[in-house]
Design a protein around this ligand. Structure first.
Ligand SMILES: [Zn+2]
Ligand SMILES: [Zn+2]
Length: 353
């Protein structure tokens, strides 16, 4: 039974990153699943800001040394399972997260699996097949509800990071929350926060993204290109007090600093966007101390948040179709990444092998 759909060839088409802005479409061996592993035939892989960064610089310090396959937001169909896989069989529609924790280290035992010292990452979503390692199979390979398409389901990973960001920031109903940065991550925050009954102020630069934020339910949109964005946000809050929570989803010095100026006394900032390494930012110590500002940052996700993200998509709290602005073939990945680098207005593109 299990052997029914086994692939009969030994090479597949995959995008291989060779260096800075150098992606080649090649034939490489199809990985074979060993004990506990699952081979997935990829049906959709989504582009992501991290992939763009990797493409621009030609590597990723923690996980991608060229020449290497890359891409990490994927959904597909189980093609083949290795020995000792009980929960999956060929033909099942699945989504995989891009990592799984060890469950043994100090951080895992502290319920901080996102900070696991030995997070096992998977890369290689821009290909016909991907082998899911045993640890990810056990913890972060989920079966799709029939109602979800592969592209929609592939949004699970970045959404899980967003859900964890909201949870850790302690946002409650009725709060006024500013989201700075309206790329796919910022727009996911907007959608998810609106499903919670918060007032959302969306601040961004590009007209199409401001329009999308408004369509997605943001109560106010603030164009940060023209006027003083901190003043604009304060003017939108009662008594110019500032927002209860500010989420920074850009990852540059200027917006990290803006976030601190927008929050109310006793409020919380989540510095969600990662700045380039080596970035240092001055702090107004008087503001931080006498206004009791909480500064948080959240990174990555845990298996629980991956499950919650799939459920949030199923329930329509976040609508992937509003964030996936195109579909392209695997062969055009290079030109897609170039277009995204040039900020052509696309959000995420679904790459269909
Ligand atoms: Zn991603
Ligand atoms: Zn661990």
């Amino acid at each position: 039974m299990r052997d029914l759909i086994k692939v009969t060839r030994d090479k597949m088409t995959a995008a291989v990153l060779y260096g800075k802005q150098d992606v080649r479409i090649e034939q490489i061996p199809i990985p074979r699943p060993q004990s506990g592993e699952v081979l997935v035939r990829i049906r959709a892989a989504l582009t992501c800001g991290t992939d763009l960064k990797v493409y621009r610089q030609g590597f990723h310090a923690r996980m991608i040394v060229p020449p290497s396959v890359f891409g990490h937001e994927l959904a597909g169909i189980v093609e083949e399972v290795g020995p000792n896989v009980e929960s999956f069989a060929p033909g099942m529609r699945v989504v995989a997260a891009n990592s799984a924790p060890c469950n043994q280290c100090f951080f895992c035992r502290k319920q901080l699996a996102n900070l696991c010292q030995d997070l096992q990452f998977i890369n290689g979503a821009y290909a016909e097949f991907i082998k899911i390692p045993e640890r990810v199979v056990r913890q972060n390979l989920l079966i799709l509800p029939d109602s979800l398409s592969f592209s929609e389901a592939a949004l699970v990973e970045p959404l899980a990071c967003v859900l964890r960001g909201i949870e850790e920031t302690g946002i409650t109903e009725g709060d006024t929350v500013v989201v700075i940065g309206l790329g796919p991550i910022g727009l996911m925050f907007v959608q998810q926060l609106k499903s919670f009954g918060t007032t959302v102020i969306a601040a961004g630069k590009r007209p199409n993204q401001l329009a999308l934020a408004a369509q997605m339910g943001a109560d106010y949109v603030v164009d940060s290109t023209h006027t003083n964005v901190v003043e604009q946000v304060r003017n939108l809050t009662d008594c110019r007090r500032g927002a209860d929570v500010v989420i920074e989803a850009v990852g540059v010095k200027e917006t990290w600093q803006q976030a601190m100026g927008m929050v109310r006394r006793g409020g919380t900032i989540n510095l969600f966007g990662g700045c380039p390494s080596g970035t240092h930012i001055p702090l107004d110590s008087t503001l931080i101390h006498y206004s009791e500002i909480t500064i948080k940052a959240t990174f990555h996700h845990t298996p629980r948040h991956i499950r919650e993200a799939l459920e949030a998509i199923r329930l329509g709290q976040v609508r992937p179709r509003t964030l996936i602005t195109g579909e392209e073939s695997l062969g055009s990945l290079g030109s897609v990444l170039e277009r995204l680098l040039n900020r052509n207005g696309d959000l995420k593109i679904a790459i269909i092998p």
